[in-house]
Design a protein around this ligand. Structure first.
Ligand code: GDP
Ligand code: IMO
Ligand code: MG
Length: 429
């Protein structure tokens, strides 16, 4: 396997964690390059479910894991996750896991501002995960952020916290009319955890660069999905990071020539958590059935995921934006007992046919999807591990997706477990 990037093609929760866990077997290093603990990645190994929010899913296969400079890290959540994985028998000591010294820290005031903003927006809220992601990336962009390297000089860290909180407290008190935050309390909280964090802090870019020279194979684990990308998604109903494959290089500090395969993860249907446009959303009993059969609840916030048919306008968009070299189609088993399955090939809006994804929220909210109707297979496929054994109608569905987005479906996932996977060609060069 060459260095491989895993990205979500839809609005997140496509099953990236499962595929990263599976492919980790063939990697030496696994790296997260963006997002933070807004992510929830689920692995099911020997029937046991493990959910990670920050630490790369490759930790389950005990590969060396890295949190890159593009990630925003809540250090309290990081330590909780280290404890949770350790309790599950997984080695998370500092020789297995490194956090970039350039990664920005999600501070307690970021979480408070995230929630206060959403509450103030009322019905217009984005439906964020409330983890402080947006406010942390915002401080990074306006050059007021605190980075992991700052923890190595605690006097400097203290000065920074005191000075930043002067401004944040003015904002909290006068704009949100909420409680202010005492800088000394924040400093004390960090004093308690800093000695545990310090062994994990390192120059991830340099380690990966040395690894590349030594022929190590890297798996880049994306979070969220292409249509939550800050540039290309359904703005402003997006997350605050660059989600697409190009950022795998930038967000981990390696050059783009080191990205060899780009695997887009696509659910066999579409889901979305939080607010924002979703042209193929189903509000009928079929949507409810997919939600129930697919257990579509958010792995981070537990919210019900909105469900709808597969949308090829967004999948084609993801293929182009990410340079996909392959697709892993997940949760095909969830469609097992549907008589008819629809694929959206375009939208109509104002009498026009739309085939490219638009930035216009009015269009995305008001358009009518154009559907092709495909016959279902009415058969349990969850035990199938060979492509040839899939029912003809399932194979036709996959072939049509490949034809429409011009990317081969290299992996088909038919259940949450590592074993419930069909690998279609030898992608592990
Ligand atoms: P991620 O955020 O992309 O890693 O995805 P999540 O873990 O948030 O959500 C995917 C959910 O679908 C998890 O509960 C997985 O265990 C589950 N899952 C993944 N692949 C399959 C599959 O092929 N079939 C079924 N039935 N469940 C799957
Ligand atoms: P994984 O990696 C699904 C959504 C939130 C909200 C929007 C902004 O598990 O696929 P944020 O807290 O990032 O400011 O919220 O983005 N969102 C996700 N939806 N899966 C995720 O991650 C998500 N991470 C953020 O629901 O709509
Ligand atoms: Mg998820």
């Amino acid at each position: 396997m060459g260095n491989t990037v895993i990205v979500g093609t839809q609005w997140g929760d496509e099953g990236k964690g499962k595929i990263v866990d599976l492919l980790s077997e063939h990697a030496d290093y696994v790296v997260r390059f963006q997002g933070g603990n807004n992510a929830g990645h689920t692995m099911v190994v020997n029937g046991k479910e493990i959910i990670s929010h920050l630490i790369p899913s490759g930790i389950i296969q005990q590969k060396k894991c890295f949190i890159g400079n593009g990630v925003v890290v809540d250090p309290f959540v990081l330590l909780q996750e280290i404890d949770y994985l350790t309790a599950n028998g997984i080695d998370t000591s500092s020789h297995m896991l490194k956090v970039s010294n350039r990664a920005h820290i999600i501070m307690p005031y970021h979480r408070v501002i995230d929630s206060a903003r959403e509450a103030k927006k009322g019905d217009n809220k984005i439906g964020t995960t409330g983890r402080g992601i947006g406010p942390c990336y915002e401080d990074k962009a306006t050059r007021r952020g605190i980075r992991f390297c700052d923890l190595l000089d605690f006097e400097f860290f203290k000065e920074k916290v005191r000075s930043i909180l002067e401004e944040k407290n003015f904002y909290l008190e006068h704009f949100f009319k909420t409680d202010t935050i005492d800088p000394e309390t924040v400093i004390d909280q960090f004093k308690e955890i800093k000695d545990r964090l310090i062994p994990y802090i390192d120059d991830v870019s340099v380690i990966l660069g040395n690894g590349i020279k030594a022929d190590k194979t890297i798996l880049f684990e994306g979070a969220q999905g292409t249509h939550l990308d800050i540039e290309h998604g359904t703005y402003p109903f997006v997350t605050s990071s660059s989600v697409v494959s190009g950022n795998a290089a930038n967000g981990s500090g390696v050059g783009p020539k080191n990205l060899h395969e780009i695997m887009g993860i696509a659910k066999a249907y579409t889901t979305r958590v939080g607010a924002g446009p979703f042209p193929t959303e189903l509000f009928d009993e079929i949507g409810a059935k997919i939600q129930a059969t697919g257990s579509e609840f958010g792995a981070t916030t537990g919210r019900k995921r909105r469900c709808g048919w597969l949308d090829m306008v967004i999948l084609k968009n993801a293929a182009r934006l990410n340079s996909l070299t392959g697709i892993a189609m997940t949760k095909l088993d969830v469609l097992d007992d549907l008589d008819e399955i629809k694929i959206c090939t375009g939208y109509t809006y104002d009498g026009n046919r739309i085939t490219d994804f638009s930035p216009d929220l009015k269009l995305l909210d008001g358009c009518e999807p154009i559907y092709e109707v495909h016959p279902g297979w009415n058969q349990d496929i969850s035990g199938i591990t060979e492509y040839d054994q899939l029912p003809e109608n399932a194979k036709k569905y996959i072939a049509r997706v490949e034809q429409l987005c011009e990317v081969p479906v290299k992996i088909v996932s038919v259940g949450p477990g590592r074993e419930a996977t069909i690998i279609r060609e030898d992608i592990f060069r």
